[in-house]
Design a protein around this ligand. Sequence first.
Ligand code: NAD
Ligand code: TYD
Length: 370
Amino acid sequence: MNLLITGGAGFIGSNFVRYILKKYPRYKVIILDKLTYAGNLDNLKQFLNPDNLYLNKDYLTKYPHHLVDELKVSFPSNDFLFIQGDICDAELVGRIFSRVDVVVNFAAETHVDRSIMEAGSFVTTDVYGTYVLLEAAKKYRIRRYIQISTDEVYGEAIDFPSREDAPLNPKSPYAASKAGGDRLAFSYWATYNLPIIVTRCVNNFGPYQFPEKLIPLFITNALKGKPLPVYGDGKNTREWIYAEDHCRALDIIMHSQDGVGEVFNIGSGIEKSILDITKIILKVLGKPDTLIQFVKDRAGHVRRHAVDTEKMRKKFNWSPQIDFEEGMERTVRWYVKNKSWWREIKEKSKDYQEYYQKQYILRERTKKQD
Ligand code: NAD
Ligand code: TYD
């Protein structure tokens, strides 16, 4: 199989790359990733060498590489290629699509809080970027295209757990942009009969998650003895799945002859509030509850997300294999063992520090004024 994984340098994408190449070492894999603040070559270190790495001119890196300008997408001489590029770049996307038969689109702007600060890049990547990929899928008759959507598209649901046919009421610019990409993908099946499947997974956690999302932020703050900023009353709940279980579900969907034109929820049935998660992290790390700091709530904060996964379980006989406690232990252990991975981001990235400053210092101040 010649497989394109977009967004493969991010959290779930890089877990998926590892999962696929371990299980199917003979697959040829191309990764297309813009390397935004969330994309990290260190997530894929084990696969990279100067021959299979193509980066932009302005990319300062410790990795020796070719320039994207020199790129000749040449299977079968390369079994693995990393290409730094934007899914909105139709010319580059076309060159890559002419060489692959299956596409899994993880590439996206993904952080709700960032989307509240600045929505433009979300609309561009998550909607327009998806359109560019779908057009290329049409032109090059891609054999299977998986659009990674999210349970956030259901927004503030009326009935729980949300089934795939529940109304979409996205509340944040992130969720609304993902809903745009989700429905656009569906329309390319309905209109052009392209072999497209849309998945809507719940909150993932595990190794390599960028340390500004709840779980890795709180683990790494706790390890440094810094406060854990809980939004509002901490009672908002999410459903949580270990990233490897998500990858296992995508593996099944990707290889099935069934399910084209459909949407599949992927979830675990495990719901926990922010405060539950916070206390679990503090307990596992042996840190005091005094690190909990209630801060101003997120605008438009969805109270609860939970999905019905009966369709996925029945059609594909899939169920998650890693229970929450086991997943949390593995995750905490990974962050404890890989301090240099997250310190590089938290202590050296200017973008991270500026974001943290804007997001949390303001939140703390406004909370005090409330
Ligand atoms: P992430 O932010 O960790 O990674 C996103 C990756 O996409 C990064 O490597 C980034 O560089 C790349 N990217 C961003 N814009 C791009 C562009 N224009 N062109 C090419 N690459 C670009 O995200 P994640 O948490 O790994 O999420 C992956 C996918 O799964 C997303 O589509 C997200 O909406 C979806 N999802 C995530 C979760 C979750 O809990 N993390 C849950 C459900 C669905
Ligand atoms: P997040 O990891 O941003 O994922 P999503 O918004 O996609 O669910 O947030 C998960 C939950 O944790 C959400 O209810 C918001 C909350 N949260 C905090 O309370 N404090 C934080 O610092 C962050 C990042 C999130």
